[in-house]
Design a protein around this ligand. Structure first.
Ligand SMILES: Cc1cc2nc3c(=O)[nH]c(=O)nc-3n(C[C@H](O)[C@H](O)[C@H](O)COP(=O)(O)OP(=O)(O)OC[C@H]3O[C@@H](n4cnc5c(N)ncnc54)[C@H](O)[C@@H]3O)c2cc1C
Length: 471
């Protein structure tokens, strides 16, 4: 019996897609990568996932796991050989349990992030992972990429939010590590090994995640700033003034937001005149466990002092939930505006916060020197030292012109990241986009240890080959 027939027997023909039915799964979100596959399979249970892995193993067939397909590094797109089976977790979408006394939720990997946030909210709790792709990305994808997002400075990355995992190993065994424990020092941490492994070690099928109390009140403000240096100082004041109540601190270069309002006219900047043309903006959020009045008082005191100190040139404070949402919507629309403007050269870097301003000044200058006219599209989660330091085509340049410069741009930006003590991937991962960059920025020993782990957990090299590590 051939593999396709065996997969159909296991899952039912409706869940083994080929031809045009498989098509939507074979291209990444940015349309930078397109692959082909023997089939797209949609198992509905952990047992079926294990069955698929065993069948692929028997046939020597590579497997590519895919969640919401919102990853930005081509990690969930197969190569173009047509040999791989793409395993979509879309049908693994059950909330298995909520334990409000233990403050945990156990969900299957294909649950969409927004659905997990809602399930937590319905139980009177907060699941704080939050990112612009939350309406499509899945918990499995979030864990496989160790996703970050907008609340990392308070609650941590996906890794910090995961207490336990269920995984189908590359050999088709089911590891049930769904422990809801905050403390568990019983040897090597397998959970942390699978988190961030981008589907190259096994398939995450479920997770037990931490929940938090829902904040009683929150305050949001969009602030205009003259420089990135002012933003860094403002962050320091906000950390001191708000402590753990500071739940968001996003930085955006002026032209990011100016592009959003130009391309999506239904959105408006809540600042007028010269402030709307400001070179930098920050979006701040405070969450409070006492009351609306308490939140506002603290918020206005810190912002007032920052305005008096000349760090903030103008401020719009959201008067209600709708205005707060509109401010976040502006921030979340930046990647969509970028996509409208054509493919750019993207970097997702982290730098110690104390060096971020120097990194931006130096790297902007180096890029302009070498590639005059390219545009910097800089935004990110300043509170975590994470910048999306993207480069877009300048006037008169085509998309192809810019992409032809990609390696030269990578070299400048990634070397500068290294010189400033940073990382070339803060939250999006490596996938295939940065696989060939990694060896330049990791020590030989670190790479060798990673390869030894890959060999031990995926001895046949069938789990998402060609991603993260070079063959
Ligand atoms: C508009 C937009 C905004 C974004 N903002 C952020 C942000 O703020 N922070 C951030 O971190 N990311 C961000 N991303 C990137 C992306 O949303 C995250 O990487 C997300 O975690 C991917 O989830 P997914 O379910 O879409 O995974 P996919 O894209 O389907 O897969 C990503 C990787 O994980 C692997 N994988 C998926 N599911 C599993 C599984 N169950 N088991 C094992 N491996 C698996 C895949 O093989 C692939 O290597 C953004 C993306 C977009 C489009």
């Amino acid at each position: 019996m051939n593999l396709l027939t065996e997969l159909q027997n296991l899952l039912g023909p409706a869940h083994v897609l080929t031809g045009s039915d498989a098509d939507p799964y074979l291209q990444d979100w940015r349309r930078r990568y397109r692959g082909s596959a023997l089939a797209v399979v949609r198992p509905g249970s952990v047992g079926e996932v294990a069955g698929v892995v065993r069948l692929c193993l028997q046939n020597g067939t590579p497997l590519v796991p895919q969640g919401g397909n919102t990853g930005l590094c081509g990690g969930a797109t197969p190569d173009d050989s047509g040999r791989a089976v793409l395993l979509s977790t879309a049908r693994l979408n059950r909330v298995r349990a909520i334990d409000t006394e233990n403050d945990t939720i156990t969900v299957e990997a294909g649950c969409v992030l927004q659905a997990v946030q809602q399930a937590a909210r319905d139980a009177g709790r907060l699941f704080p992972l939050s990112l612009a792709a939350e309406g499509s990305c899945t918990i499995g994808g979030n864990l496989a990429t160790n996703a970050g997002g907008t609340q990392v400075l308070r609650y941590g990355n996906a890794r910090e939010l995961a207490l336990g995992l269920e995984v189908v190993t590359a050999e088709g065994e089911i590891w049930n590590g769904l422990r809801g424990l905050r403390k568990d020092n019983t040897g090597y941490d397998l959970r942390d090994l699978y988190i961030g492994s981008e589907g190259t070690l096994g398939i995450i099928t479920a997770a037990t995640l931490r929940l938090y109390p829902l904040p009683v009140a929150s305050c949001t403000a969009l602030l205009a700033l003259d420089s990135i240096d002012a933003a860094v100082e403002l962050l320091s004041r906000a950390r001191t003034g708000f402590g753990a109540s500071l739940t968001g601190f996003e930085l955006m270069a002026g032209d990011c937001l100016q592009s959003v309002v130009r391309l999506f006219p239904q959105q408006r900047l809540p600042l007028d005149g010269a402030s709307a043309g400001s070179p930098w903006f920050a979006l701040l959020e405070l969450s409070d466990s006492e009351s609306e009045a308490h939140a506002r008082e603290r918020f206005e005191a810190v912002l007032g002092a920052a305005i008096d100190a000349g760090l903030v040139t103008d401020a719009a404070i959201a008067a209600n939930v709708a205005q707060s949402r509109a401010m976040w919507h502006l921030r979340e629309s930046i990647p969509l505006a970028e996509a409208e403007l054509g493919k750019g050269v993207k970097h997702d870097v982290s730098i110690p916060i104390s060096s971020i301003a120097a990194f931006v000044h130096t790297t902007n200058a180096l890029l302009q020197q070498r590639f005059p006219g390219v545009r910097n599209v800089v935004f990110g989660h300043l509170g975590d030292g994470n910048l999306h330091y993207n480069v877009a085509r300048g006037p008169g340049q085509t998309e192809a012109d810019l992409l032809a410069l990609q390696q030269g741009i990578y070299d400048i930006v990634h070397r500068s990241v290294q010189e400033h003590g940073g990382s070339i991937s803060a939250e999006h991962g490596i996938g295939q986009l940065k696989r060939d960059e990694l060896p330049h920025y990791k020590s030989a020993l670190e790479l060798s240890l990673m390869k030894r782990i890959k060999q031990a957990l995926d001895p046949h090299g069938l789990m998402n080959p060609g991603k993260v590590l070079q063959a």
